[in-house]
Design a protein around this ligand. Structure first.
Ligand SMILES: C[S@@+](CC[C@H](N)C(=O)[O-])C[C@H]1O[C@@H](n2cnc3c(N)ncnc32)[C@H](O)[C@@H]1O
Length: 218
């Protein structure tokens, strides 16, 4: 992976759709944080999940491959340098669509959790939205459908316990600016997202899937 992310660190730390929103509250609740709970936040980015979990007393380690994100451990989700079952909860929020090998990454998350895995990501909508996402951010790999998420988690011997969806509204200018998408590319992205854009063209909406899964006892 080229390090496209380090230069974006402050943009993602300051992003209001990452720093707060009801989806973050649901992710925190699913992690059930309290004193003594050990959590790994994979692809921590601006560190918003980790901050909220620490406020609740959890012991949190952050991981991210981009040095600029200043995680505790610099590593990719596909290769987590931790022993089997070393965390009670392994969480990742709005990041799996960047993972180059999603099956390997979910397998790694399941391997190092001794109890729970929590995942939030953008739900697949259409090939037009995928094209817009890739043009806006070349590090975008793919969004997955709810069915694909069920398969991914179940293939890693995880049992899905709870699924929530959340509609996220993005300020289009700020969303494009975060990845420095301008000019003809930005114009084409707006065109591709038109079916999901507000009448005044100021915002667009996607759906986030939030899943809580437990290590299978079988
Ligand atoms: C949108 S940010 C994550 C947002 C953050 N989790 C939050 O809740 O605000 C996406 C992050 O994924 C990281 N990333 C990209 N490819 C990755 C990979 N293969 N494994 C783990 N993290 C990756 C990037 O470095 C970036 O920090």
């Amino acid at each position: 992976m080229t390090d496209a992310w380090s230069g974006r660190a402050s943009a993602y730390r300051d992003s209001p759709t990452h720093a707060s929103d009801a989806d973050l509250d649901v992710v925190v609740e699913m992690c059930n944080p309290h004193g003594g709970v050990k959590v790994l936040d994979v692809a921590t980015g601006g560190g918003h999940v980790a901050r909220r979990l620490r406020e609740e007393g959890a012991e949190v380690v952050t991981a991210d491959p981009a040095p600029g994100m200043q995680a505790d451990v610099v590593c990719s989700a596909e290769d987590l340098p931790f022993a089997d079952g070393s965390f009670d909860v392994v969480v990742t929020r709005i990041a799996p669509h960047h993972f180059s090998d999603i099956g390997k990454a979910i397998g790694e998350m399941a391997r190092i959790s001794n109890r729970v895995v929590v995942v939030e990501d953008t739900q697949y909508t259409s090939e037009e939205v995928e094209a817009a996402e890739k043009l806006r951010d070349p590090t975008h790999v793919r969004n997955y459908s709810a069915e694909e998420w069920h398969e991914l988690l179940e293939s890693a011997s995880l049992e899905i316990e709870r699924v929530e969806t959340f509609t996220k509204t993005h300020d289009l200018d700020a969303w494009l600016a975060r990845t420095e998408c301008t000019g003809e590319d930005a114009r084409r992205v707006r065109e591709l997202l038109a079916p999901h854009t507000s009448e005044d063209g100021a915002t667009w909406q996607d759906t986030k899937l939030i899943l809580k899964a437990r290590k299978s006892q079988k």
